[in-house]
Design a protein. Structure first.
Length: 258
């Protein structure tokens, strides 16, 4: 029996746990990093835009949440992913939470799609996810405990016009997370797939949303904010160790499609 674990049925105290968050420079990743730091988690921030990570680290420190570790990391590069995991473990001696969040979207019809953007997105959303899990999960398996969060999307459940490549990448992310759950769940590592609906962030600008797309999805509903998804992530992680929330779909209340 692991004496460091709380009794069955009690929520976990995340204080002094260690998390590595990819895609932490903006949006959902940034919000998750903040929410975890506010609960006493030591947070390693990984992304390509290190200037933003440094600003976030300074913000967390000024708010009394400790000094985050800033890691330059392109998840498409296996050496950089391995280095991010290694530096996190060297800093705090273990890894409890892995938030595989790096990714972006791109909307265009199949025949009009930009093949360079397809490749960049799939390399990030699929290959980058695989690398993050390949190198981030072993430190958890060594201790037979830990929690992996994979950011997918409702686009990984329901295809939409203009989303051929993006939806495909998120269907892949959902499948990868579910296979990982089957592989590592029996070894004490929990895996939760988070599938957000419309969340207002830089995502829409990067994805090239044209006027009317969001309005058609929301039909007047209030969209989510990154902090809403962060609350869902923390909820999943804090649950008692004897059960796992394998999948969470988080939509605005009035969002019927997708």
């Amino acid at each position: 029996m692991d004496t460091n674990q709380p009794p069955s049925g009690m929520l976990q105290d995340l204080h002094e746990q260690v998390a590595l968050v990819t895609g932490a420079s903006s949006g959902i990743g940034q919000a998750v990093a903040k929410a975890l730091a506010q609960r006493g988690v030591h947070v390693a921030l990984a992304a390509r835009r290190t200037d933003r990570l440094q600003a976030l680290s300074e913000e967390l420190a000024s708010d009394g949440h400790g000094e985050a570790l800033v890691l330059a990391c392109d998840v498409r590069d296996p050496d950089q992913v391995q280095a991010a995991v290694r530096q996190t473990v060297e800093r705090w001696e273990h890894l409890d939470i892995l938030v595989a969040n790096a990714g972006f979207g791109y909307r265009a019809s199949l025949v009009d799609g930009d093949i360079a953007r397809w490749k960049d997105m799939i390399d990030t959303n699929v290959y980058g996810l695989l690398l993050t899990l390949k190198y981030g999960v072993p430190p958890m398996l060594e201790r037979k405990r830990g929690h992996v969060i994979v950011t997918s999307s409702v686009a990984g459940r329901m295809p939409t016009l203009g989303g051929s490549a993006y939806c495909g990448s998120k269907f892949a992310a959902t499948a990868i997370a579910d296979v990982l759950r089957q592989e590592v769940g029996p070894q004490g590592v929990r895996v939760t797939t988070i599938e957000p609906g419309v969340v207002i962030s830089e995502f829409q600008e990067v994805a090239g949303y044209t006027p009317g797309i969001l309005e058609n999805m929301l039909k007047g509903a209030t969209p989510l904010q990154p902090e809403d998804i962060a609350r869902a992530v923390v909820f999943a992680i804090e649950q008692p160790v004897h059960y796992a929330i394998s999948e969470m779909v988080v939509r605005p209340t009035g969002q019927a499609f997708p």
